[in-house]
Design a protein around this ligand. Sequence first.
Ligand code: ATP
Length: 328
Amino acid sequence: MPKLINRIGVFTSGGDAPGMNACLRAVVRSAHEYSIAVTGILRGYEGMIEGEFSDLDARSVSNILQKGGTILKTARSDRFRTVEGRALAADNVRKHGIDALIGIGGDGTLRGASIFSREHDIPVICCPGTIDNDLFGTDQTIGFDTAINTAIDNIDRIRDTADAHDRLFLVEVMGRDAGFIALHCGIGGGAELVLIPETIQTMDEVKTCILDTMTLQSRSSIVIVAEGDELGGATQIADALKEDDRFAGIELRVCILGHTQRGGSPSASDRVLASRLGKAAVDSLVQGHRNVMVGIVNNRIRLTPSKDVWIHKKSINFDLLKLVELIR
Ligand code: ATP
């Protein structure tokens, strides 16, 4: 028989993602419906170690649904990677009468949660919050939709100037070692080529492809480069192209979209996803589930054991890559 949950601690961790606030709001208000008290933990695992706790009620999360970032703040914590750091965190959690935790973050957050809950027998449910969309067990992560919309908005602007000057642009997007953002931006932004870590392309193949599209189809071109591509980032690839005489007559520019992709008001889709996942996290705790990630697969809530999420790698849809090639 699982222990009764009287108080939940909630935190955001890892990189911030638009929609984390919407998820937090859903957690607090769903818990309220079950008469479960909620404590907010500031700055993720680091705040858990430092004892940065603050009670939250239904009104504390008013007017945050539409805000990017996270009102709980977030952090990356090296101390939480140590046994001693996690023991301090567990002491603080118990001291505040917290029976279970809900964490909103990416795969590192899940790894930490899994280890922590095994060591200290404190249940942790995670909501997938990362712009990278690289988590197994959910079709989409909180923040991904907003991030690709932001990136595509910028790519549209770059397209105007690329076209006006007949330039080649290498646009680098985020995604760590996954190509989900790049792939979706490639399709949504009409890129001529997408370079992602999940596929191996030689520099020669890349050069040939760019030269072909720039001579046969258009005098301008946009190449989307995932930051984790094995050929390097956009700057390194641009350097390699510049060394090749065949690119001598081509005006080449690099644009690294960087942190613009993380910020901003969450899209409608991210708000809905985050709200559904926040409620599902509370429901699953009440139903007695422990140490799982709540996700949505084929539009239905799915619970996946946390350790399975980081053991399995989510694969990209190769049909989408073929689509880029077909319609470029
Ligand atoms: P994003 O995908 O946005 O980067 P993330 O959750 O993957 O988010 P990380 O920095 O990788 O971000 O992880 C968040 C935190 O989780 C780390 O700062 C660390 O405190 C904790 N963490 C990650 N891996 C481990 C681990 N193996 N053991 C203990 N804690 C970990």
